[in-house]
Design a protein around this ligand. Structure first.
Ligand code: GDP
Ligand code: MG
Length: 301
């Protein structure tokens, strides 16, 4: 019997979604195929084991949309929740089920009409010095919503992600393997690199520049330097306002440097090779109101 399914990973920024995904896909970070014709544009990773395939879909940060791009992102987040077979709601031990989580809770299927498993992942339990605080939290969570499972983990520990994977497998429906083995994701490399950079901007600037920033890869080429195996990546960050550009660059370029370093580290582990990342920041007013420009940037719907 074969099993397969789509698993949506949702949750506020910074709770550890990417860390969990990377942990789950750990040994599979190898082949990335280019399939620009696919329409499911928020697939982040595919895990294939014998007779089993899990397709992880990302739910872009859920906020109240303020413009067209915000709406597109929200629609995508919402549709990946609706279309998935299993929903993972990731939260952080210390702030679990606070106000911001509620924003996401009410986007889950209604408690009385729940038609698919919803798993609550309480991440960063290592930050709880007092382990006794976990139990009341689990109790509170189960009163809040009929979660099928509540799984406390520390995503930094491989053994915890393995345990989470076992739970996910339990709920995976019967079905054929949908993608060829060895495929990590069906999004283009470029798109994922753009998203990795964008994510760093949003987390490092503490969302001072939400939605109004886009990242475009201008060029990717083998380094011309002799005897090195480095990929040169040139990317432009587009902001809507000069003030946002200033925030991203930071004092003396400090912020841009930090964003670049963090993004490069992620890109290197994603591509499994050394990378030189060259970032450029430009102001491009009003692009986010233009559906055509959005399509060009890969935010089509
Ligand atoms: P995302 O925005 O939800 O994708 O969150 P990330 O995966 O980027 O994680 C945000 C930060 O939390 C990173 O600095 C991670 O290293 C850190 N982090 C993730 N999981 C854990 C955990 O279990 N324990 C601790 N202490 N930190 C974690
Ligand atoms: Mg992330």
């Amino acid at each position: 019997m074969k099993k397969s399914g789509f698993v949506a990973i949702s949750g506020r920024p910074n709770v550890g979604k990417s860390t969990i995904l990377n942990g789950l896909l750990k040994e599979k970070l190898a082949i990335i195929s280019e399939k620009p014709e696919t329409t499911r544009d928020n697939i982040r990773g595919i895990l294939t084991e014998e007779n089993m395939q899990i397709i992880f879909v990302d739910t872009p940060g859920i906020h109240q949309p303020k413009n067209l791009l915000g709406k597109v992102m929200l629609t995508r987040a919402q549709s990946s929740i609706m279309e998935s077979d299993i929903i993972l709601l990731v939260t952080e031990a210390r702030t679990a089920l606070g106000e911001e989580d509620k924003n996401i809770l009410f986007r889950l299927p209604d408690a009385d009409k729940k038609d698919k498993p919803v798993i609550l992942v309480i991440n960063k339990v290592d930050r709880f010095k007092d382990k006794e605080r976990l139990l009341p939290l689990i109790e509170k969570a189960s009163k809040e919503y009929p979660f099928d499972e509540i799984v406390p983990i520390c995503a930094l520990k491989q053994k915890d992600t393995v345990r989470l994977l076992e739970v996910i497998k339990k709920y995976l429906p019967e079905g054929p393997l949908l993608y060829p083995e060895g495929e990590l994701t069906d999004r283009s490399e470029e798109f994922i690199i753009q998203e990795l950079i964008r994510e760093k901007i949003l987390t490092e600037t503490y969302q001072e520049v939400p939605h109004s920033v886009a990242v475009i890869i201008d060029e990717m080429k083998e380094s011309e330097e002799k005897d090195v195996d480095i990929l040169d990546i040139f990317a432009t960050i587009y902001t809507e306002r000069p003030s946002h550009k200033a925030i991203i660059i930071g004092k003396g370029g400090e912020m841009l440097k930090k964003i670049g370093t963090l993004a490069r580290t992620d890109i290197e582990s994603f591509l499994n090779r050394r990378v030189y990342l060259n970032l450029w920041v430009k102001v491009a007013e009003k692009w986010k109101k233009d559906p055509e420009a959005l399509r060009d940037m890969g935010y089509s719907d």
